[in-house]
Write a protein that binds this ligand. Structure first.
Ligand code: GLN
Ligand code: ZN
Length: 758
């Protein structure tokens, strides 16, 4: 064809290793069983392996700097020399052990705050800034990695988190201090880093600026101009990488920067290409992020190539091909999957397979006949998925088509339901309950593992779980809790447990994705129409209820959380999948009611996580998400009380939507903010009942009766006592029994004390 070669690269590769090698090395180091040399060796081996994969796939660069011993933002802070003062560490001599103290806390200092990376399930450590934060010293680890790759003779493209994103995601506790004031000092430090890379002969540097996908005020756009105005003059080519959202409204500002290329996420935001077509300066490369870095489906290669042809004709060699974002968010390789259904497996592409997809797209643009066999193979996989009987379920389609607005609301309004529920349940004021799970003891875990290995028979396993349920019920009775739970002993994970019983869900053996530090999750895959063939929790809940006269609360995971913590279909909108999940949960809710369960909790801890990055897109999401919840809940009679639970959240800006979910009771995490979170509910006049968490379950510390009573007192000032419940912040599965019993005993006592004073 034209004889040119389309440049290919990735923004980043998963660092954890196909077998979670990094996790195990980290944890061995933390336990003192392995030394720093060992950990560094494991890390170097993983990096070399991942670069090798990129080279073997024929990519034009290897990406260096995507590795992190815990987190990429912490790594950037360490490189910048900007560490929280409170630890007293010298950034020039920071050791790995100290780096982990920043991430995990030590005897004197709590860990740096951790929060979600944009709208992903990855968590980063939030930089802490003060007026006098300096950017001196800084560790050399990043440069060592660059040298490592150069020594292997590779063409290296280093990646750094850009100054705007780093600063934007940082927090400061100094009142009246604007973190943008630090920009000049920060940029100076970046300049020195760029110069050090230039001295190594590096040609291109990738600056990750996902913050450009957010709503940005003018002063941040000027900061962008100032930062890259300087960095662009350093004599190294800069690729500004944006992802997760459209940059169309910032395109004019970005196009003015003296940089050499921009990367766009054309999977999430394909429409931004139009804005960029008109604006891309002739001096700039456009890196097209066309392979989905956030999901696990094989790409429609032919459609992608087709859509890129005009761009390729316009831009020639200035068009680069890449995944939409770092591959950090997908598992490493399909190679480790021996048990997946063969058809399903042929529809998937994990990080390693995506490298080949990127290369195939470029090849198809350069030399169509050479790419034809690979395109044909991708076509066949797509066709098999499109026509597979496992994906479409006529029964589900019919039910979805028959959903009415009526199904999305309870029969009566809250006031009437509340009256009927009070009559039916006869609970005391300030009723006490828990969020669902009780300690997952080693015995429970061992039993489950033995069962999964086939060493424990189904009936024996069931007996063991029943014994655990009975134990939990007896202990709750002894504690004199008002509303009991069965304790979730049989659940490994609140999504997996349900997914395993639903049609349309699949599970991988090794599909690990880093969540934070050494913690990895294995999100299930929703590949087809979701259907509940039979009841999932009815037997267990009925058994628990048979043991006691107190009400036992049924415990389910809500549709939005099921969606949010899974890899989802890309062949229908998220809202459509949420609706199918809602119908499955609804069936279960109705069956629980039929079995005599009078209180049912539908957990939605991930409700807020689903919010789009741009405010303008919030209303649409909130509308379908709260409707999905209502559909899951509204199949029952007025007398049946529906609870929901949310945690890790700010709620204040979405309170109308939380109210629109219309749960009879919501339990929320509040104790870490000393009930401050509840103020929003008060100010908004949240209409239904609320259980603000009265103690933090993340710590083994046992709260005193006094402390709980004070929190409850404070809650009563904001919410009328007749609408308050008393419960911990979240489930107790990570705790031990002794501290759990002690804490709950104090909680019950506090509630009783306060009741007397009402
Ligand atoms: N019912 C669940 C539990 O108690 C809720 C967990 C959560 O909110 N993440 O474990
Ligand atoms: Zn929770």
């Amino acid at each position: 064809m034209t004889g040119t070669r389309t440049c290919t690269h990735i923004l980043g590769f998963p660092r954890i290793g196909a077998q979670r090698e990094l996790k195990f090395a980290q944890e061995a180091f933390w336990r003192g069983e392995a030394d720093e040399t060992y950990l560094r060796e494991v890390a170097a081996t993983l990096r070399a392996r991942h670069w090798q994969l990129q080279r073997a796939a024929g990519l034009d660069f290897v990406t260096v700097g995507d590795f992190a011993y815990y987190d990429q933002m912490l790594g950037m802070s360490a490189l910048l020399g900007a560490l929280p003062r409170r630890f007293g560490f010298n950034p020039a001599t920071l050791t790995l052990a100290q780096y982990y103290e920043l991430a995990r806390g030590n005897a004197a200092q709590p860990a740096m705050e951790m929060t979600k990376w944009f709208d992903t399930n990855y968590h980063y450590l939030v930089p802490e800034l003060t007026r006098d934060t300096t950017f001196n010293g800084g560790v050399d680890w990043f440069f060592d990695e660059v040298d490592e790759a150069l020594a292997l003779g590779l063409r290296v493209k280093p990646v750094l988190i850009g100054p705007i994103t780093w600063l934007r995601l940082a927090k400061t506790q100094t009142p009246g201090f604007d973190r943008l004031d630090l920009l000049p000092k920060l940029v100076n430090r970046y300049v020195r880093i760029v110069e050090a890379l230039k001295a190594r002969g590096v040609e291109w540097i990738q600056f990750d600026e996902p913050a450009l996908g957010l709503d940005l005020e003018d002063e941040w756009l000027s900061a962008l101009g100032a930062a890259y105005g300087t960095l662009g003059e350093c004599g190294v080519k800069i690729l500004l990488a944006t992802y997760f959202e459209t940059t169309a409204d910032h395109a004019a500002a970005i196009a003015r920067l003296p940089i050499d290329g921009v990367h766009l996420d054309l999977v999430r935001a394909p429409a931004q290409l139009d804005a960029w077509r008109a604006r891309l300066p002739e001096s700039m490369v456009l890196s097209a992020g066309v392979v989905d870095g956030r999901n696990i489906w094989r790409s429609d290669l032919r459609a992608i190539v087709q859509s890129l042809l005009p761009l390729r004709a316009e831009l020639g060699e200035r068009l680069w091909i890449a995944p939409s974002c770092s591959l950090l968010h997908v598992p490493v390789s399909l190679e480790g999957e021996r048990k997946l259904d063969a058809d399903l497996k042929s529809w998937l592409a994990f990080a390693t397979e995506k490298l080949d997809e990127v290369r195939t797209i470029a090849l198809a643009l350069d030399d169509a006949p050479a790419a034809e066999p690979a395109l044909a193979e991708a076509d066949a996989a797509r066709a098999s998925r499109r026509t597979s009987g496992a994906v479409v379920n006529a029964l589900v389609q019919k039910r979805v088509a028959a959903v009415t607005d009526e199904m999305a609301s309870r029969k009566s309004a809250f006031a009437e339901r509340n009256r009927l529920q009070r009559e039916a349940l006869r609970l005391p004021a300030l009723p006490t309950t828990t969020i669902g799970s009780f300690p997952q003891t080693p015995a429970i875990r061992q039993a489950r593992a033995a069962y999964k290995r086939g060493e424990l028979k189904a009936l024996d396993y069931l007996e063991r779980m029943r014994a655990e349920i009975e134990l939990a019920v007896r202990r709750q009775e002894a504690l004199d809790l008002d509303v009991l739970v069965h304790g979730e002993a049989e659940r490994n994970d609140m999504v997996e447990y349900f997914g395993e019983q639903l049609w349309g869900y699949a599970f991988t053996e090794n599909g690990w994705v880093q969540s934070y530090g050494s913690r990895c999750v294995k999100p299930p895959i929703i590949y087809g129409d979701v259907y509940r063939p039979e009841p999932m929790t009815v037997e267990t809940t009925r058994y628990a209820q048979s043991l006691t006269n107190r009400p036992v609360k049924g415990m389910l995971t809500g549709p939005v959380t099921m969606l949010q913590w899974s890899f989802v279909r890309d062949d229908q909108p998220r809202a459509a999948t949420a609706l199918q999940l809602a119908l499955a949960v609804r069936d279960e809710v109705v069956d629980l009611e039929k079995a005599g369960i009078r209180i049912i909790q539908i957990d939605e801890p991930a409700f807020r996580e689903g919010l789009p990055l741009r405010r303008a897109d919030w209303p649409a999401y909130l509308q379908w998400a709260s409707r999905a919840f209502r559909i899951s809940a509204a199949g029952v009679a007025d007398e049946t009380q529906i609870h929901t639970h949310m945690c890790y959240s700010e709620f204040n800006d979405i309170l109308p939507s939380i109210a629109a979910m219309d749960a009879d009771v919501i339990t929320i995490e509040t104790s870490r903010s000393a009930m401050e979170l509840l103020d929003g509910f008060g100010a908004f006049s949240y209409p239904n009942e609320i259980g603000p968490g009265v103690y933090d379950i993340h710590s083994p510390r046992v709260p005193t009766t006094d402390a709980i009573e004070r929190l409850l007192q404070r809650a009563c000032e904001v919410i009328p006592a007749e609408r308050l419940w008393v419960n911990p912040d979240c489930g107790l599965k990570t705790r031990g029994w002794p501290e759990t019993e002690a804490a709950l005993a104090n909680m019950v006592r506090a509630a009783k004390n306060l009741r007397e004073r009402l």
